[in-house]
Write a new protein. Structure first.
Length: 385
């Protein structure tokens, strides 16, 4: 029986030239901190455009937020916001900058050690500094959700939190700002968005045809525009549709009221924390073997996926499932994202520690049925070698 509470307050301002709209989106009397990454936003002119749009306001910058944003770096931004009494945060970048900004927003007024936000999955956040986003990398959906994933380097831990208080007030999505992305990041983005849809769709039937068909539409769109975005970096329509698909893949709508998996992500986060793989690379490695090992519990949805997403209609049920999983792997590979641990120099000797970290982080009952225990996670990793 469908039963859910769907809430999403983020306003989306989409299209070429939309950064100029910041003037009406950010309060005129705001004391703004613009947060950004390693310099791409500076190099491609996005930062200058943002600051021009904010003219007349008090604006400070905080750069250097790294991919897989680090708690250690973000705490410097927290100190700056507290010291300068800044009251509006503007993230300019990809998922890492946006996630990092969400953490800063929640940490500034947090009662106690802010790492506790991650340890308690955001449960005790009572307030957050308002924030907005200018997205430069279509991938995570962070621009329209209330999740954030933070790494604490000293602990080699990568943990997430969620809070309705860190929904961005608005996100500006200008596809032109993605033209400067290197192919690796475009491919990563398409894979991440694809797997976000799969985490919410590839479970068991839940009498939710709206969510199912919406998810299948997003998957088909990603299969279509992912390769095009690599082949034609300056094609506005292609970049726009990739961007919009990635945002909708994780803004809560397709996951409303349906069972969700997320085991691929949780196992992937441990691989990134220990070995530094890009987030999407870990997903491309884990997802195909997870699907293969979970083919019985996911049987009905795998058959639906084979037929509706990959147009596989002939052969036995087992053959159709086999082919759908193979096509999924081929899709990731076709974008240039490798799907085996060995492709990243990781061998069987690494598995023990990944499992130990999953256990240490309480990730011992993963998946839509909570049946992925450490023993099954180990088999999934062995099948990913
Ligand atoms: O740091 P700069 O110099 O800006 O370069 C970045 C970075 O090196 C570059 N980049 C971004 N926009 C660019 C650009 N380069 C050229 N032109 C542009 N327009 O791309 C590199 C990667 O950026 P990053 O933000 O790390 O990538 P992504 O958006 O894939 O974010 C990944 C992070 O998001 C988390 C991941 O775990 C990872 O930490 N996730 C967040 C989620 C959420 N909040 O809902 C869900 C996801 O499952 C994911 O876990
Ligand atoms: Zn992801």
């Amino acid at each position: 029986m469908l039963n859910f509470d769907y809430y999403n307050p983020t306003r989306i301002v989409f299209g070429e030239g939309s950064i100029a709209r910041l003037d009406e989106l950010v309060p005129a009397d705001a004391r703004v901190l613009v947060l950004y990454g390693g310099g791409s936003a500076e190099r491609n002119g996005t930062l200058a455009e943002v600051e021009a749009a904010l003219a007349g306001r008090s604006v400070q910058r905080f750069g250097g937020i790294e991919p897989n944003p680090a708690y250690e770096t973000l705490m410097e931004a927290v100190a700056l916001v507290r010291r300068e009494k800044l009251d509006f945060l503007l993230a300019v970048g990809g998922g890492s900058v946006i996630d990092g900004t969400k953490f800063v927003a929640a940490a500034v007024g947090y009662d106690g050690e802010p790492w506790n936000i991650l340890e308690t999955y955001g449960k005790h956040i009572a307030q957050a500094v308002p924030m907005g986003c200018v997205l430069t990398l279509p991938a995570t959906g962070s621009e329209m959700n209330c999740f954030s994933v933070i790494t604490r380097k000293s602990l080699q831990a990568k943990l997430g939190f969620a809070s309705p208080l860190v929904f961005p007030r608005f996100s500006v999505l200008d596809p032109v700002k993605t033209y400067s992305l290197p192919p690796r990041q475009i491919a990563n983005g398409a894979v991440d968005a694809f797997v976000h849809v799969m985490e919410q769709y590839m479970t068991r039937p839940a009498a939710a045809p709206v969510q199912d068909r919406y998810a299948e539409g997003l998957l088909q769109t990603l299969i279509e525009v992912g390769p095009q975005a690599l082949a034609e970096p300056g094609n506005y329509e292609v970049r726009a549709n990739l961007m919009w698909a990635a945002t909708q893949a994780l803004n809560g709508l397709i996951g409303a009221g349906v069972p969700q998996d997320w085991a691929t992500h949780m196992i992937g986060h441990e691989i990134t924390a220990l070995h530094g793989l890009d987030h999407a690379q870990t997903l491309a490695v884990v997802q195909p073997s997870l699907l293969a090992l979970r083919r019985e519990v996911k049987r009905d949805k795998l058959l639906q996926y084979a037929a509706r997403v990959w147009n596989i209609h002939s052969g036995s049920a087992d053959e159709r499932i086999e082919r759908a999983i193979a096509q999924t792997r081929d899709f990731f590979e076709s974008l240039g994202v490798k799907t085996r641990l060995r492709d990243y120099g990781i061998g069987a000797e690494a598995i023990d520690l990944i499992i130990a970290r999953l256990e240490a982080h309480g990730m011992t009952a993963l998946g839509e049925d909570r049946a992925i225990d450490p023993a099954l996670a180990r088999r999934i990793l062995q099948a990913s070698l």
